[in-house]
Ligand binder design. Structure first.
Ligand SMILES: Cc1cc2nc3c(=O)[nH]c(=O)nc-3n(C[C@H](O)[C@H](O)[C@H](O)COP(=O)(O)O)c2cc1C
Length: 218
């Protein structure tokens, strides 16, 4: 139960947005380019983890599930992130290739919603990224059966020790259950907070390999 003060705070605290516009004319024709433009502005605004996004997946019973992860590459093909293929998100994505990413840059009063179709990136791409990771993270990818129940922290720590010995004086290879997914977008919404909740929403959708833009009511 929330304390009275917290309840009161979240119920009454409001702020207006600063009214920075985002119009059809400002929106670039290609949404990936538009994403890069906003990303550049996020970088300049010193936003913490501007590459963090919330990924939503749906399981076989239609139950959605969301978690934060890092987008590690952006290309004309889509948005790439790395994870454990046997994790909960991995099993969701195995059954249902549709997923969404949500990026919120509060300091810029911006949200980007991306819907798309998931595929695994090539092994060579995952290898390259895995090899660039710190050794401790590489060992962690072997030691952690992501999303599986463990008895306690010491179970994880002893698995870390085990794999440290396995790979002593050797390069850590990429575990077969760890790699990248690419979310190829079918729709992207760029949301800019405006005064009095009259926000700007520009949505791109893909038809015949062509992007079209529309505006949605806030
Ligand atoms: C800031 C932040 C960044 C994260 N980055 C990743 C990531 O890149 N890949 C990943 O698998 N999990 C990442 N996580 C952990 C996930 O949120 C989540 O706990 C994990 O992937 C297990 O999710 P699942 O059980 O739904 O598969 C991150 C969490 C936070 C808070």
């Amino acid at each position: 139960m929330l304390s009275k003060e917290i309840k009161n705070y979240i119920n009454t605290n409001r702020r207006d947005f600063t009214n920075q516009p985002f119009s059809e004319e400002m929106a670039l024709d290609n949404p990936i380019k538009q994403y890069e433009k906003w990303f550049d502005e996020a970088l300049k605004s010193n936003i913490l983890d501007p590459y963090a996004a919330c990924l939503s997946t749906v399981d076989n019973l239609g139950r959605p599930s969301s978690r934060i992860l890092y987008i590690r590459d952006i290309s004309p093909k889509g948005f790439v992130f790395y994870t454990n293929y046997n994790s909960s998100k991995g099993s969701d994505l195995n059954l249902n290739k549709y997923a969404s990413l949500n990026v919120f840059w509060g300091e810029l009063e911006r949200q980007i919603r991306i819907q798309g179709i998931i595929s695994k990136v090539d092994d060579s791409v995952s290898d390259k990224y895995f090899n660039s990771r710190p050794r401790a993270s590489q060992i962690g990818a072997w030691a952690s059966n992501q999303s599986q129940k463990i008895k306690d922290r010491s179970e994880l720590e002893s698995k870390i020790k085990f794999y440290e010995q396995q790979f002593e004086n050797k390069n850590v290879s990429r575990p077969p259950h760890w790699g990248g997914y690419c979310l190829s977008p079918i729709s992207l919404e760029f949301w800019q907070g405006r005064s009095s909740r009259l926000h700007d929403r520009i949505v791109y959708t893909k038809d015949d390999n062509q992007w079209t833009k529309i505006r949605l009511s806030p």
